[in-house]
Ligand binder design. Structure first.
Ligand code: 3PG
Length: 210
């Protein structure tokens, strides 16, 4: 999925994007299967563990999973994402250098912004779909409500500090396409390999705002 419009359609349908920090490669496939079975087929795997790339490769084998990379901070991260076959990349920030380098990568980047100036910088470079990060720490839904009028052309995926209750409030905003978060995949459940419980949490997340 090299196309940003396809990505926007997929995330809008999924509504909730699980953000994973996973090092255990053996958990990758069953975890992705549980999320997809629960209706959350768009999955972000952060480059925050030594085995993240192998986790991504394993998840890409799961039918129906649309896998992207997260915590993308460098050109190397973007090249690895592209080579692995990711459908998208997510960055916590939007430095101009990264956005320029992303122009030579064939998969879409979702850059992170936390302020009007950052949103304007990314928009100037052609980015109309942005991660709002860290959403709760930066002021949460009132900030995105305030962005709506000056930035009618921009839509957001807030992440950072969001749980099921807050997700509903974000998803009610017209400029929010989806929310990201780790609440669907609690570390303890992954460690216990309780994928049935994770599938249940995914189902619940998938029903938010419907
Ligand atoms: C992240 O990049 O860590 C995401 O924003 C997830 O944040 P959360 O763990 O607070 O949901």
């Amino acid at each position: 999925m090299a196309n940003l419009d396809d990505l926007k359609q997929a995330v809008h349908a999924a509504r909730v994007i699980p953000v994973l920090v996973l090092d255990d490669v053996s958990a990758a496939q069953p975890l992705a299967q549980a999320l997809v079975a629960g209706g959350l087929n768009v999955i972000e795997v952060t480059f925050r563990t030594a085995n993240a790339l192998d986790v991504i490769r394993e998840m890409l084998k799961v039918e129906g999973a649309i896998v992207g990379s997260g915590t993308v901070r460098t050109l190397e991260h973007m090249r690895m994402s592209e080579e692995a076959g990711c459908s998208f990349m997510v960055s916590p920030g939007a430095p101009a250098k990264l956005l320029e380098e992303a122009e030579n990568i064939s998969i879409p980047l979702l850059p992170g912004v936390a302020s009007p100036s950052e949103a304007m910088g990314a928009a100037e470079m052609g980015y109309s779909f942005l991660k709002f990060f860290p959403a709760e720490a930066m002021g949460g839904t009132p900030v995105l409500k305030s962005f709506a009028s000056p930035f009618p052309d921009l839509s957001f995926c807030p992440t950072g500090g969001i749980d099921a209750g807050k997700a509903a409030q974000y998803l009610a905003l017209p400029n929010v396409l989806c929310v990201g978060g780790s609440w669907v995949t609690p570390k303890a459940l992954v460690a216990d390999r309780d994928f049935a419980k994770i599938e249940k949490l995914a189902h619940e997340a998938n029903r938010i705002g419907t």
